[in-house]
Design a protein around this ligand. Sequence first.
Ligand SMILES: Nc1ncnc2c1ncn2[C@@H]1O[C@H](COP(=O)(O)OP(=O)(O)OP(=O)(O)O)[C@@H](O)[C@H]1O
Ligand SMILES: [Mg+2]
Length: 476
Amino acid sequence: MRAGFETPNTPAVSEPLAPERPEVATVLIVDDEESARRLCADIATEEGLRVRTAGTTEQALETLDETPVDIVMTDLRIPELGGLELLRRIREHYPKVAVLVVTQYGTIQTAVEATRLGASDYVTKPFHIEELRRKLQRLVHEQELDQENRVLREQLRTRPGYKELIGTSPKMQRVYKLIEKVSQHNYPVLILGESGTGKELVARSIHFSGARHHKAFVPLDCSALVPTLIESELFGYVKGAFTGAMHTKPGVFESADNGTLFLDEIGNLPTDMQAKLLRVLQEREVKPVGSNDRLTVNVRIIAATNRDLEAAVRENTFRKDLFFRLNVVQIKLPPLRERKSDIPLLVQAFLERFADPGRPLPVLAEDAMARLTSYDWPGNIRELENAIERAVALGSGPILHSGDLPSNLHYASTTEPAPTSDEIVPLDEMERRAILHALDESAGDKLMAARLLGIGKTTLYRKLKQYQSQAKDLST
Ligand SMILES: Nc1ncnc2c1ncn2[C@@H]1O[C@H](COP(=O)(O)OP(=O)(O)OP(=O)(O)O)[C@@H](O)[C@H]1O
Ligand SMILES: [Mg+2]
């Protein structure tokens, strides 16, 4: 052991302290007073942390160089460089390490300066043991969240799929495969899905990953069309065609020539216009209002609706022939409640989108993530996006808690596990099934499974261990 290093009451470094805790955080205690070092080391050990100690900044930097450290707890009056310089170097060379500074009573100004330099928190000497305990616990918790966040960020960077489309669930993988296929062709695509499931985003992905990507993508919201203007909107008009037609204006078909026309909310197109639209699709020609000439157009059609078009066909509110024309390939987007394993990744993307670039990226506490994954999201991704935007704007600190989420999310979720039979299942068996189901849903990703279940990952590990030993008992 090197001079100046002690491991008071600390078991061997490679041995995890608490068996149910898979990863143990390491805290490096930097203080030139041995008694202070010992006291802090005892407290940290009791908190289940792995402890290293150093009596000087030089020793502290050596330890940081040699061992992975999660938290540094340093006195500010410390030889040789002083605590503030040590803090500065840690920020520069070990940006992931959290620093808790210890100041003398009455030197709050230095503590403020330390926080400005990037210290996570401070405590004053003489210690309030409970306060130190709490602060250490909080830092460990924040580090865990940060670690989870890093995993998510990495997943975001390397995710499969289409630029802005986020989600790795099997249902989204199927959507990506379809997009890939249809983007190489020109036939019409009909995108179906509830409101906010990403229909427009999928339409754009098809256009921008196909051969027409350098030509126009023209969206037309069929539900926002004024009935009297639909025809001129679709086919354009020539100067003098009607009162107010001061000059010739191309319609959306002409604007989308060689590109893609996205007919959004197609289910809301009035019946008489449906016939006209069908004709253009068949003849590939448009006749601007007031003109005798027909223009040939080469337009790829992608249509979308949140309505049940087949039911509309049965009820004669949507033309069958137009439906067949548009429904060459159908892409059905899953509602968010059917792909909840994508929620953490979506949340991460939205946090990155909405966070103030000058500040550290906020992270979601477990209670908030549990709330998000237990809610049913009738407004789908748009609703989730709005919830995160709101939480980032109104949240009180770098960690967002469930209280920072919109209040409607706090009412009981509508997801009730569907009773499969009248069989009465003991509670612990139900719990076991829920855990297995969550592991299935998250393809074995334990962190994700814990999130889906709304429990900490430590609890999940403990339960899994318990099942394993029960299984062993049974087999012997
Ligand atoms: N898979 C996804 N990944 C990331 N963001 C998404 C995804 N799907 C949708 N969004 C976002 O959610 C919001 C709603 O998406 P979009 O407008 O494409 O949905 P929509 O199905 O067309 O909704 P509506 O039926 O209400 O028009 C947009 O801000 C979009 O960027
Ligand atoms: Mg839309």
